[in-house]
Design a binder for this molecule. Structure first.
Ligand code: PMV
Length: 341
């Protein structure tokens, strides 16, 4: 196969979390995230006219688990663009971060795949959309692959879920006025455990269906998002830290209150949380933590304080990390298409 499309898409970290869904990956509440820069998936799709075969290689090897997911994803595209059935595809994907690092890779992988499919269809004359609609379309397909992936189609500060004009439950949009102000923030991803989670995000979302606090959670998240938006616009950094941390703990509180209950934090996660709070009080540096559905901690901070944060991580947090590992990430510009033939 000589024709190919190659793209990279970053992971993202939610500040207001998507937790609970309805219908086809429609979020129960709007979310808001930072797109990352270093934690990315690179995907290359080689294609030629053929019988509709799909071959998938993850980091150079066949991965049957992923293959099923990719075929289902392809079928979704074919339902809307039947001409895609006339192509054989060889898809090669790799992450910039170790697969076993416990970093969610579904957002970056589904976003990069969705972007590659969109580019392929555009290049073959099957898809003809203006720039905005093109990204919205790619974002809504990414959403079907993995909810939070829809936010990875954009850089900076991104929102998904209907809450103000121009936002949608079906695709994400950038919040340009916030991206401008928050592009110089770092995210030190502190790796507490790389073990597979006992409860997947999919199961976690499902447990929100009959959750005793479901309704208050969905309205809290909505209110918190509007509050966070205002605070970010005003650049009230300490208030920002408070809101982001409350939200992360609420997510984990929901897990603890689910039926069955589950806990994804580890003792080290809690120890780090306490140290981050003490560090903020002591140094007055507006650094705060958030967590995804897992034990790892994302330490968010203004990049101008990077030297202090590095010292803090290496001297105080490192013993709490798995093999002392952390990923030096920051807010990024969004996906890139960097090869097409
Ligand atoms: O996109 P999913 O189904 O893996 O769910 C993501 C859930 C959280 O990471 C906890 C929150 C979010 O909005 O990213």
């Amino acid at each position: 196969m000589t024709n190919f499309i190659e793209c990279i898409a970053p992971s993202n970290i939610a500040l207001v979390k998507y937790w609970g869904k309805k219908d086809i990956q429609i979020p129960q509440n709007p979310s808001l995230s930072f797109t990352l820069s270093e934690s990315v998936t690179r995907t290359k799709v080689l294609f030629e006219k053929g019988k509709g075969n799909t071959e998938f290689l993850f980091e150079g090897k066949h991965a049957p688990n992923f293959e099923t997911k990719i075929s289902t994803f392809r079928t979704l595209w074919e339902n809307k663009y039947p001409s895609l059935k006339n192509y054989d595809l060889k898809i090669e994907s790799q992450n910039s971060f170790p697969h076993s690092a416990g970093i969610a890779s579904s957002a970056s992988s589904m976003a990069s795949l969705s972007l590659c499919f969109s580019e392929l269809l555009k290049n073959e004359g099957i898809l003809d959309l203006d720039k905005n609609s093109f990204l919205e379309n790619a974002s809504s397909f990414a959403r079907l692959g993995s909810g939070s992936a829809c936010r990875s189609l954009y850089g900076g500060v991104v929102t998904w879920g209907q809450w103000r004009e121009g936002t949608s439950d079906e695709y994400a949009t950038e919040i340009p006025e916030l991206s401008k102000k928050w592009s110089s923030w770092g995210d030190a991803i502190l790796l507490v455990s790389s073990k597979e989670k006992p409860v997947s995000s999919r199961q976690g979302h499902a447990l929100m269906m009959d959750h005793p606090y479901a309704e208050s959670r969905f309205s809290n998240a909505r209110n918190r998002l509007t509050e966070l938006y205002k605070v970010m616009l005003e650049e009230d950094l300490l208030k920002f830290c408070e809101i982001v941390e409350t939200e992360a703990l609420e997510l984990h509180g929901l897990m603890m209150n689910s039926n069955p209950s589950f806990i994804l934090m580890k003792p080290e996660s809690l120890a780090i949380i306490e140290k981050v709070r003490a560090f903020r009080i002591e140094t007055k540096i507006p650094a705060c933590f958030t967590l995804d559905a897992g034990p790892n901690i994302h330490l968010l901070y203004p990049l101008e304080k990077k030297a202090e944060i590095k010292d803090f991580v290496n001297n105080e947090l490192s013993p709490l990390l798995e093999e002392g590992k952390w990923i030096d990430d920051k807010v990024g510009m969004g996906p890139e298409v960097f090869g097409a033939k």
